[in-house]
Design a protein around this ligand. Structure first.
Ligand SMILES: Cc1cc2nc3c(=O)[nH]c(=O)nc-3n(C[C@H](O)[C@H](O)[C@H](O)COP(=O)(O)OP(=O)(O)OC[C@H]3O[C@@H](n4cnc5c(N)ncnc54)[C@H](O)[C@@H]3O)c2cc1C
Length: 475
């Protein structure tokens, strides 16, 4: 008789940890992912700013799972899930593959959201993939190169003005690192420009930095960023973004144009569109970020064989962080094993919050663990140890440690290689595929988005301040 077949979609934290947790189970596993690697997203900003190489944060999934004989890894983008036929259809390079499942674990993550302004993507890449990080690396180091060649003051200023949109952990880390490049790393490398005159703006429509860390740590982070040379601009909506800069609109109706060649979009998150097909077939509702509501055992209503985990699931206000995906993966795997073994079901999924952290610059970070708030050097040390532990693979840990020594103890950046293709390929591909979406947006639309962002930030801070995360909301 054929063994129980588990299909896992995605090789991120949710997908990889599901497959690993089924190592000793009497099941066959097929892991389907659109990338050949497992991506450690929390360190993408270090690839973008030349600290780490892409290989260090993105080991091949096939290699990670090579010794686990009950897993088959296949490359493909899943476009269709048929919940009644229990099949998943994926494609790669014109080849279509349909895979049948007994249990399905969907962990396809989330993408960037430009809040309806998809045209911004052309000039402000997000930070979700290796391609994004390499493009940003090219744009950031390229901006200094172009400033060196610029013939007017205005041109120099435009190339030396960096705008990071979104003051969540990714935006904070990016802004901190770009400031460090300008202030410390690159300061002896140019002749015509003074890199220390660079401006780094961290812009957000919300009234605080790092809402998920609560109001107190948000304030600490803001002050620390400012000390490191970042201009924090809060309550500012980006209403226009083009090749030459951004337009910011403030609540009092005023607007400000900032000329900037290099923009980074670290603002919004939208769950993978596979939630839409699952919602249409199962009736499970989607939230504002496109995440699908799951039962307390992480399955879809009426479909106990389908688990949705990580950034795609909506449950009890849990945040889109790696630990939610990892713990969801282990829980789903355990549930599947118990079913196969004919054992009683587990108690509902309960998230154990191990804390959150964000680095601001070298030797400076903020950490939130339960009611404990730590900032500064101690927080940075905690960040260092934890990221070493969680990086996948011994080889990667060793080389990352070496690169961190180069960057943090010294003044260097081990990975400064950039190519023209990194910067232009994405836009070229988009044009071949029919151009970027040119959605028109209006002031009414900006105000609607602003209100939603303010409410979202206030809610994030409240959930943290009142310790409400992971507390069951289902009655
Ligand atoms: C820049 C950045 C920094 C972050 N920093 C932190 C941090 O410091 N701490 C923290 O806890 N969390 C952080 N996060 C969030 C954390 O990375 C996510 O919560 C976590 O990765 C979610 O895991 P997941 O498995 O749901 O999705 P992901 O890890 O995103 O994995 C999704 C997988 O699905 C694959 N996939 C997508 N679509 C398809 C498809 N159609 N078919 C097949 N495969 C598909 C992708 O290739 C990928 O392998 C950060 C995220 C980003 C983007």
């Amino acid at each position: 008789m054929a063994r129980h077949h588990v299909v896992v979609i995605g090789s991120g934290f949710g997908g990889l940890f599901t497959a690993k947790a089924l190592k000793r189970a009497d099941v066959d596993v097929t892991l389907i992912s659109r990338t050949t690697h497992h991506l450690f997203q929390p360190l993408l900003y270090q690839v973008a700013t030349g600290i780490l190489s892409q290989g260090e944060i993105a080991p091949p999934t096939r290699e990670v799972l090579a010794r686990q004989k009950n897993v088959r890894v296949i490359l493909g983008t899943v476009d269709a899930i048929d919940v009644n036929a229990q099949t998943v259809t994926s494609h790669v390079g014109g080849r279509m593959t349909t895979t049948k499942y007994d249990s399905l674990v969907v962990a396809a993550g989330a993408g960037q959201s430009y809040f309806g302004n998809d045209r911004f993507a052309e000039f402000a890449p997000g930070m979700k993939t290796i391609d994004d990080a390499l493009e940003l690396r090219g744009r950031i180091f390229g901006a200094f190169e172009l400033a060196e060649l610029a013939e007017t003051e205005e041109e120099v200023t435009r190339h030396l003005t960096f705008v990071v949109v979104g003051a969540g952990p990714t935006g904070v880390e990016m802004a901190g690192q770009i400031a460090e490049l300008a202030q410390r790393v690159l300061r002896h490398d140019f002749r015509a420009i003074n890199t220390r005159e660079a401006r780094v703006l961290l812009v957000d429509a919300a009234p605080q930095v790092l809402p998920p860390f609560g109001s107190k740590l948000g304030e600490v982070a803001k002050k620390s960023l400012e000390k490191h040379g970042v201009e924090v601009v809060l309550g500012a909506m980006v209403t226009e973004l083009d090749e030459r800069g951004v337009t910011l609109a403030f609540k009092d109706g005023t607007t400000q144009r900032v000329e900037s060649a290099c923009k980074v979009w670290a603002a919004g998150v939208q769950a993978n569109p596979l939630t839409q097909t699952l919602s249409a077939q199962t009736g499970a509702p989607l939230d504002r970020a496109g995440r699908i509501s799951v039962n307390p055992d992480l399955t879809l209503p009426g479909y106990p064989e389908i688990f949705v985990i990580g950034d795609m699931m909506a449950l009890d206000n849990l945040p889109g962080v790696a630990q939610v995906a990892i713990q969801g993966a282990k829980y789903s795997a355990k549930t599947i094993v118990r079913r196969v073994e004919g054992k009683d079901p587990l108690k509902p999924f309960k998230y154990f919050d191990k804390g959150s952290m964000a680095t601001i610059s070298r030797f400076s970070a903020v950490v939130l663990v339960g009611k404990l708030r730590v900032s500064g050097f101690l927080a940075w040390l905690m960040w260092l140890v934890l990221h070493l532990v969680y990086l996948t693979g011994f080889k990667n840990r060793m080389t990352a440690l070496g690169h961190w020594a180069v960057s943090f103890l010294g003044r260097g950046r081990a990975e400064r290689t950039v190519t023209e293709q990194q910067v232009y390929a994405r836009r070229a591909i988009q044009r071949i595929q029919g151009g970027t979406k040119a959605l028109a947006s209006s002031p009414e639309e900006w105000n609607r988005v602003r209100l939603a962002l303010e409410q979202q930030a206030a809610e994030q801070a409240r959930l943290t301040d009142e310790q409400q995360r992971g507390v069951p909301t289902n009655t």
